[in-house]
Design a protein around this ligand. Structure first.
Ligand code: HEM
Length: 525
């Protein structure tokens, strides 16, 4: 007390003024002083006490907040600025978390092929996904169970099913175009941000989820889906403990949707002798009839939760990809003409109905459009793992401590001049003559053989034990939607512009900034 009063003596008049202003002013000044002091200590710590056995830390003024704003506004700009300053491996602070990014092909391999004893995806994602998917599936179970569940889901993604999906997707798109207010008359314009989310979910629901779920999307299920989706946001990821008002709606939607699926399962079981072949081979049927290695049958609740996980996993990623694809081809109408020419070459001038084999095996240019879209716009810009035991970074003295988050961003290498010439130009022909799947060593993590190597600059579907199982389905969905659009319409950006909207990073994935308008002219008015 004595020391304090000695210090305050020279501040006499200022101090008296403060006392007059009262408590709130003192609180405000105290707060500013606290912030200033913590900024000074934080800056000094970074300048004076660099830890040689840890990756460099991205310079930041404010402790706890660190680089949150820069990363959140434009993760790719943030990554490439940091890459230039610090190299491929660096740590940044995001809301109190230490995030260690590992960039480039080597970084991709480091994260995607991290050992189970070193990294955990469930520790990084569970707080976001468990309330949405439900318990007992995906990141709510040990990794070996997830591998079994991925195998079950993959069993439902057969070539035979894909074959039957193509006409179903065409029907959904044609029906949507017929009914939509945006496609009246011989020409018009359409905000993709309004139609593509619906088209994506309708096509995925009709195929992966079955007719009952697709039909329900015209009714109460649509609202439930939106409520569930509203719990799948960066805010839920960053502040899982915060009671956002939409969380109650999310939880109610999760329970009601799961019950909806369980009722359907019960009805199907009660009606075992039904003779609907398509139902008998669909995803729900497939999951209902699986057992874990320990002999336990997959409970109906887990079937329901896996169905929800499939719906959510594919929705945002496919929706983003279709929107970017349509924008890029509309920005270069010669690409629309090339896709149509390919359709005519493969299906004849009369454009015979689309079929799986011809579409996937012969429409190579359309395939390249998808690959180029995913090169420039991989929907997941940040792939995370939590570090469970210290990880040494090859070729350095650095050890990434337990508790850090590891972050891979394959979108950085796929937009790097080093690996792709003129990376900012949308050029599907750069993939001419390249096979979709490189011939590399294969490995089975428990859900079928996949390429083992992850040291590639292009990994939109990830790699390793958490690699996407939906790639082939996504391809069928994207190719069918795109081919149907091009068969129906010529397209361009408003006024024939060659621009494409900037990415918007405010949701979990990299979407183009709405409204994403394209102009269309009907081919056969
Ligand atoms: C995993 C991308 C479509 C289901 C992943 C991962 C990526 C990805 C990068 C790895 C995540 C990680 O390592 O943390 C994409 C893209 C898609 C797409 C770009 C479309 C263009 C789909 C679809 C489905 C699906 C349609 C379902 C039918 C899954 C599942 C996982 C996964 C189940 C496994 C998660 C894990 O093992 O941790 N996807 N995906 N994806 N994806 Fe996809």
């Amino acid at each position: 007390m004595g020391v304090l009063s000695t210090l305050l003596v020279p501040m006499g008049p200022f101090y008296e003024q403060l006392v007059k202003l009262g408590g709130p002013a003192l609180c405000a000044i105290g707060f500013v002083a606290f912030v200033l002091l913590s900024v000074i200590i934080n800056v000094l710590q970074q300048l004076l006490f660099k830890d040689p056995v840890k990756p460099p830390v991205v310079f930041h003024y404010f402790p706890f907040f660190g680089s949150t704003v820069m990363y959140g506004m434009d993760p790719y700009k943030f990554f490439s600025d940091c890459q230039e300053k610090y190299g491929e491996v660096f740590t940044f602070v995001m809301l109190g978390r230490n995030m260690t990014a590992a960039l480039g092909p080597k970084g991709n391999d480091f994260v995607f092929n991290g050992k189970l004893s070193e990294v955990s995806a469930e520790d990084a994602y569970a707080h976001l996904t468990v309330p949405v998917f439900g318990e007992g599936v995906v990141y709510d179970v040990p990794n070996h169970v997830l591998m079994e569940q991925k195998k079950f889901m993959k069993f439902g993604l057969t070539t035979e099913n894909f074959r039957s999906y193509v006409p179903l997707i065409v029907d959904q798109v044609e029906d949507y175009i017929k009914k939509s207010k945006f496609f009246k008359g011989a020409k018009g314009s359409v905000p993709l941000s309004e139609i593509i989310p619906e088209l994506t979910i309708f096509t995925a629901a009709r195929t992966l989820q079955g007719k009952e779920i697709r039909d329900a999307l015209d009714g109460s299920f649509a609202k439930l889906y939106h409520h569930l989706d509203s719990g799948f946001t960066p805010m839920n990821f960053l502040f899982p403990w915060f009671p956002f008002p939409q969380n109650n709606r999310r939880d109610h939607a999760q329970r009601t949707m799961a019950q909806f699926y369980m009722d359907k399962i019960e009805k199907r079981r009660a009606n075992e002798k039904h003779d609907d072949d398509q139902e008998r081979s669909d995803m729900m049927w497939n999951l209902m009839n699986r057992s874990y290695k320990d002999g336990r049958k997959v409970p109906d609740k887990e079937v329901a939760h896996m169905m929800i996980a499939l719906l959510m996993a594919g929705q945002h990623t496919s929706m983003a990809t279709i929107t970017w694809m349509l924008l890029h081809v509309a920005a270069q109408p010669k690409l629309v003409a090339q896709i149509l020419a390919e359709q005519k070459r493969v299906f004849g001038d009369e454009l015979a109905p689309l079929s799986y084999e011809k579409l996937v095996l012969e429409c190579t240019f359309l395939g390249q459009i998808i690959r180029e879209t995913l090169r420039m716009h991989p929907p997941l810009h940040s792939i995370l793992r939590k570090v469970k035991s210290p990880m040494h970074v090859d070729g350095t003295n650095w050890v990434i401590p337990k508790g850090h988050y590891l972050l891979a961003a394959p979108g950085v290498s796929s937009m790097d001049q080093k690996y792709f010439k003129d990376p900012n130009s949308f050029n599907p022909s750069r993939w001419d003559g390249q096979k979709a799947e490189e011939e590399t060593e294969k490995f089975d993590f428990g859900f079928g053989l996949i390429s083992k190597g992850a040291a590639s600059p292009y990994l939109p579907f990830g790699a390793g034990r958490h690699r996407c199982i939906g790639e082939q389905f996504a391809n069928v969905q994207l190719m069918t939607i795109m081919a149907t659009f091009v068969r129906n319409f010529d397209m361009q950006r408003p006024g024939g512009g060659s621009d494409v909207p900037a990415p918007d990073y405010s949701s979990m994935i990299a979407l183009p900034t709405p409204p994403c308008t394209i102009e269309w002219v009907r081919r056969d008015p």
